[in-house]
Design a protein around this ligand. Structure first.
Ligand SMILES: [Zn+2]
Length: 256
């Protein structure tokens, strides 16, 4: 049941029967010159569409903004920051808690959102409410290592090709060679550099190591809609399985 499409009477009936809410969380940010800025919200929203008819569960509307300060050099990116996302989502969770919800599933589309969601989960647990964070792209990569990917790279491009090919603009795609930090600290992955074979994170704006905005070993040109559709259906099925098990957990918050 999508709460945005339901009346308060239907919501009242739902919370009398069940205590779980799914909260999709996205981001409006650079995804390379070929992918839509809304990719991180569009994918969780599509997963909701795949799940909604199979689950008697309440789905909140997708949060379109997240933590994207490392993409701010790219036009169109908006970041509400770590504190902003924490405050917004904590209030959303608190209001659903007020209506009787005690289990919250963040269906997350963007890694930068994780610290804020994790903080909310830790704060809710002693109050008798549990949060779970489903990072869809991590689940997809664990379901099938061939699906594992970077940012705006093959994994996300394939997903978007399956959802809406009009949002994948390969005519604008830019290839590039990742930038090393120095002669001795060479590019590894994401914002990480290699030192003596060991990977070290050096946080900085994405443009400084990946000028077109995408990165990952799963090259965007390897993506196709069949990969995307299989991956999204398998990921949605995993999320359904998890939510059905999570719903049955008895949790009171006491530390034993
Ligand atoms: Zn993304």
């Amino acid at each position: 049941m999508k709460l945005a499409h339901s009346t308060w009477l239907e919501a009242k009936d739902y919370f009398a029967r069940r205590d779980l809410v799914v909260l999709p969380v996205g981001s409006l940010e650079n995804h390379g010159s070929h992918l839509a800025l809304g990719t991180d919200g569009i994918i969780p929203s599509y997963l909701v569409d795949l799940m909604a008819e199979k689950l008697d569960v309440a789905f909140a509307p997708t949060m379109p903004f997240g933590v994207a300060d490392h993409h701010l050099s790219f036009p169109g990116t908006v970041s509400i920051g770590l504190d902003g996302l924490y405050m917004v989502m904590k209030k959303v969770v608190d209001d659903f808690y007020h209506h009787g919800a005690r289990k919250f599933v963040f269906l997350n589309g963007h890694g930068g959102n994780d610290p804020a969601l994790n903080r909310i989960g830790l704060e809710m647990a002693p109050q008798g409410a549990l949060c779970a964070i489903l990072d869809w792209w991590v689940i997809a990569g664990d379901l099938n290592p061939a699906w594992r990917g970077g940012h705006g790279a093959g994994e996300e491009t394939a997903a978007m090709m399956a959802i809406d090919p009009a949002l994948v603009k390969m005519d604008f795609f830019c290839d590039y060679t990742p930038q090393d930090l120095s002669d001795q600290l060479t590019y590894d992955r994401g914002s990480n550099v290699l030192c003596n074979g060991i990977s070290v994170n050096v946080p900085r704006d994405v443009v400084q190591y990946a000028p077109p905005g995408w990165f990952g070993s799963d090259h965007p040109t390897t993506a196709n809609a069949i990969w995307g559709q299989e991956m999204l259906e398998a990921t949605a099925q995993f999320c359904i399985d998890f939510i059905e098990k999570f719903q049955k957990v008895q949790w009171h918050g006491e530390i034993s």
